[in-house]
Write a protein that binds this ligand. Structure first.
Ligand SMILES: Cc1cc2nc3c(=O)[nH]c(=O)nc-3n(C[C@H](O)[C@H](O)[C@H](O)COP(=O)(O)O)c2cc1C
Length: 415
């Protein structure tokens, strides 16, 4: 019986264990987690979401404080159009975060950074260009473009000296999105090095509609994309993601022609994951009906999360002067609109509750939005319950090796 270790992900002459740990925004997929994946011969991801805040927490910088100081005068103003990121500071923060990972990297694997297009930072093109270019400058092995169609993203770095040597990949949820991307970038004569195909059971934002995500199935989308690439004679590694929970699940995709798998949820139960330990316990003990897909993310994409996330219904004042990562380029964010509506409807109220949107920057910064994959409710089967009722946290190495070597849909429990 075959296992994941019988396969290899190939980029030219380089070979890797075909396990990619997906990016989990705002430091849930930490540098430490990515380092473990790379040490074990696979691919780890960091994420550049809210990179200034992450750098402040990890590297004792003060980017967020400085930005807040600069825009403090605007805190009570609902017009956020003046709240901009200093591109030099953004470059520095990205360099810190990516550089810290790359300097510590050991082993034969690689570290990629997940870059979400929806992180529009009140100047979508300029900030994305800086994020991508600084990650390349800091030596990142590869960039995974996510949360958006990224039709212009390759163009933003086409003149970067590493544009053709770094691995550049795209996450899509449909053949149509992939075709659009390939068509738009044809003139650059640079195909993506890999395509992550993310299905409807993934964590984070979903590339499907809130009403129709149940109608899609990862295996069907992967088969369509493999067939398309074959017909077009395009040799690009395809990496399915979303709901691949056991080594056997992964092996079945490799057997159908996938080059690797991208996995994330199982790593939320590891010590290296950036969620606070208390939150990890919430994930591990979750039952199936504790999880929902909702529309509270201001990005407009559906997001899967635990229903008990403190972010749901919270009505804090928008924190754009400190954060502002989702401002759309004209100072707007769907949370600001929802918040203002509630404030106007409840004059004199000390605190309002906003049910339809959340201040995602603040919620992710405080680990209050517990986004998770569909199979989070199976995490309790991957570990042991301790005498005090809590669950034993795993090591990333344990989970990685379980994916790599397990067969027969088995999950190895920790020692
Ligand atoms: C907690 C969590 C946070 C995530 N954050 C992001 C993110 O910031 N950007 C992104 O592209 N994908 C994100 N994802 C999606 C993963 O990278 C991955 O593709 C997907 O979850 C794989 O499916 P699985 O969780 O069922 O293994 C996140 C997933 C989880 C579980």
């Amino acid at each position: 019986m075959k296992c994941v270790d019988d396969f290899r992900l190939r980029f030219g002459k380089q070979e890797f264990v075909p396990i990619m740990v997906g990016g989990m925004g705002v430091d849930i997929s930490t540098v430490d987690l990515a380092l473990e994946a790379a040490r074990l011969g696979g691919i780890g991801h960091i994420s550049d979401a809210m990179v200034q805040t992450v750098s402040d927490r990890r590297d004792q910088t003060h980017f967020t404080k400085e930005k807040l100081k600069l825009y403090k005068y605007n805190v009570a103003n609902s017009d956020k159009s003046k709240v901009m990121f200093d591109l030099g500071r953004l470059r520095e923060a990205t360099h810190n975060h990516v550089g810290r990972a790359m300097q510590a990297k050991r082993g034969s694997g690689m570290i990629f950074v997940n870059c979400m297009e929806k992180l529009t930072m009140n100047a979508p093109k300029d900030t994305l260009r800086v994020r991508l270019a600084s990650a390349l400058d800091a030596g990142i092995d590869g960039i995974t473009l996510s949360a958006g169609l990224h039709l212009g993203s390759f163009g933003l770095i086409a003149d970067h000296p590493r544009f053709r040597d770094a691995k550049l990949g795209i996450i899509v949820s449909s053949l149509r999105a992939l075709q659009l991307f390939l068509r738009k970038n044809a003139r650059l004569n640079r195909a993506p090095d890999y395509i992550v195909v993310e299905g409807p059971l993934a964590g984070g934002h979903l590339g499907f509609g809130i009403d129709d995500w149940r109608e899609y199935d990862l295996r069907t989308i992967v088969a369509e994309i493999l067939q398309y690439l074959k017909t077009e004679q395009l040799d690009i590694p395809v990496i399915p993601a979303g709901g691949i929970f056991t080594g056997s699940d992964a092996t079945s995709y490799l057997e159908m022609g996938a080059a690797a798998v991208q996995v994330a949820t199982r790593f939320t139960a590891t010590r290296e994951c950036g969620l606070p330990d208390k939150v990890k316990q919430e994930y591990i003990k979750a039952r199936e009906d504790d999880i929902e897909v909702n529309m509270i993310s201001p990005t407009g994409y559906p997001m899967r999360m635990l229903k008990s996330s403190p972010a749901i219904g919270d009505g804090i004042r928008p924190n754009c002067e400190a954060y502002g990562y989702l401002l759309d380029g004209s100072g707007n964010c769907a949370y600001i609109t929802a918040y203002n509506r509630e404030v106007a409807a409840h004059p004199g109220a000390k605190k309002v509750s906003v049910m339809d949107k959340t201040c995602l920057c603040t919620a992710m910064r405080n680990f209050d939005c517990w986004t998770c994959g569909h199979y989070t409710y199976r995490l309790k089967d991957t570990t042991r319950q301790l005498p005090d009722g809590s669950y034993q946290l795993l090591t990333a190495e344990h989970v990685f090796r379980d994916y790599q070597f397990s067969v027969d849909n088995k999950v190895a429990l920790p020692a």
